[in-house]
Design a binder for this molecule. Structure first.
Ligand code: PBG
Length: 328
C-alpha cells in the first residue's frame, strides 16, 4: 500500500537536529528573574516548608546568591523581605526606612555585583500589622493614603540603588505617582515593572508563609487584586499602567493565566513578564517529591509555555536550577 501524503509533520520531528532547527521558542537564563526571600542575621538560612528547596537568606547569603545568579547568566534578582513581626505597624513606617532589610540587601548586592539588576517589591504587606498591601482604616484599604506611603517606599528603594521597582500593591494611581516622584527626586532611570494584571489568587499561599504574612492577613485582597473571572479588565489595567509610566508589565499568577499573557503581548507589544508564583512552584515540587512528575521536565515545559504565550521573561523560584540545567 503506497500512500502519498504531502504534508508530513513528522519529517521535521525525525531527528534532534531537525527539531531544533524549527523550534519556535526557547528559554535562556536571560529570560529569568529570580525572586529571593531575605531575612535578618548573617550566615542564616531558614527553610520554607511549603516551598521545598527555597530558603530565606540573610543579606550576606543573598549577596552570594546574586553573584552565583550573575555567573549563571540570570539578569535580575527580586527581593522580598521577611520582616521582624515587631517592626509591623498600622502605618507601615518600616516600609520607607532607608535601612530596612530590603534596602540593606539592595545596596549590598549593588556594591558586590553591580552588573545584576536588583528588583524590589513595592507593597506594604511585609510591614503591615494586618498583612494588607495598603493602609487599613476602619477595615477599609484606603487607596490614596496607601499611594502616598508607597511613593515614600519607592523613593527609599530607588535611593538604595534598586534598578527595577515592582509595585505589586494594586492601588489605583500608584504608577503615575511613583513615576512623578522618581522624576522629581532625580531617579529618572529607575525602571518600573508594574504588577499590572495581578489576580486575587489562592496560589500565593506559600509566599505568604515565606514572608510571614499568612498569620497577619486579615480577610482577603479582593477589593484591590483582580477577579480571576476577568480578562478585559487586565488589558485596561495594562493600558493604564503603561500610560502612567510603567516600563514593563506583569501578569500574575502565571500558568493559569497564559491567555492574559498572550492578550497583553498582542495588545501592547510592551515588555511583558509573568510571575510563576509560589503555589505553582509548590505544586510542581510536591508532585515531583511524590515521584508523580519529572521535576526537571515539568519545570522546563512550564517555562517554555510562558515564552510561547508571548512573555519576554518569567519570575521563577526555579531560576538558578533552570540556568544550571541550561548551562549544562
Ligand atoms: C504581595 C505579593 C504577593 C506576591 C508577591 N508580592 C502576595 C500577595 O499578593 O498576597 C506573591 C508571590 C508568590 O506567590 O510567589 N505584595
Amino acid at each position: 500500500m503506497t500512500q502519498t501524503i504531502a504534508t508530513r509533520f513528522r519529517r521535521l520531528k525525525r531527528t534532534a537536529a531537525l527539531r531544533a532547527m524549527v523550534q519556535e521558542n526557547t528559554v535562556t537564563p536571560a529570560d529569568l528573574i529570580w525572586p529571593v526571600f531575605v531575612t535578618n542575621g548573617t550566615q542564616t538560612r531558614t527553610a520554607i516548608p511549603s516551598m521545598p528547596g527555597v530558603e530565606r537568606m540573610s543579606v550576606d547569603l543573598v549577596v552570594a546568591a546574586a553573584k552565583e545568579a550573575h555567573g549563571l547568566g540570570i539578569p535580575a534578582i527580586c527581593l522580598f523581605p521577611y520582616t521582624d513581626p515587631a517592626l509591623k505597624t498600622q502605618g507601615c513606617e518600616e516600609a520607607w526606612n532607608p535601612d530596612n532589610l530590603s534596602n540593606r540587601a539592595t545596596s549590598a548586592i549593588k556594591d558586590a555585583v553591580p552588573e545584576i539588576a536588583v528588583m524590589t517589591d513595592v507593597a506594604l504587606d511585609p510591614y503591615n500589622i494586618n498583612g494588607h498591601d495598603g493602609i487599613v482604616r476602619d477595615g477599609v484599604i484606603v487607596n490614596d493614603e496607601s499611594v502616598e506611603a508607597l511613593v515614600k517606599m519607592a523613593l527609599a528603594q530607588a535611593a538604595a540603588g534598586a534598578d527595577i521597582l515592582g509595585p505589586s500593591d494594586m492601588m489605583d494611581g500608584r504608577i503615575g505617582a511613583m513615576r512623578a516622584a522618581l522624576e522629581g527626586e532625580g531617579h529618572k532611570d529607575t525602571a518600573i515593572l508594574s504588577y499590572a494584571a495581578k489576580y486575587a489568587s489562592a496560589f500565593y499561599g506559600p509566599f505568604r508563609d515565606a514572608v510571614g504574612a499568612s498569620g497577619a492577613l486579615v480577610g482577603d485582597k479582593k477589593t484591590y487584586q483582580m477577579n480571576p473571572g476577568n480578562a478585559d479588565e487586565a488589558l485596561r489595567l495594562v493600558a493604564r499602567d503603561l500610560e502612567e509610566g510603567a516600563d514593563m508589565v506583569m501578569v500574575k499568577p502565571g500558568m493559569p493565566y497564559l491567555d492574559i499573557c498572550r492578550a497583553v503581548k498582542d495588545g501592547f507589544g510592551a515588555p511583558t513578564f509573568a510571575y510563576q508564583v509560589s503555589g505553582e512552584y509548590a505544586m510542581l515540587m510536591a508532585a515531583g517529591a511524590q515521584g508523580w512528575l519529572d521535576e526537571d521536565a515539568v519545570m522546563m515545559e512550564s517555562l517554555i509555555a510562558f515564552k510561547r504565550a508571548g512573555c519576554d521573561g518569567v519570575l521563577t523560584y526555579f531560576a538558578p536550577r533552570v540556568a544550571r540545567l541550561l548551562n549544562g
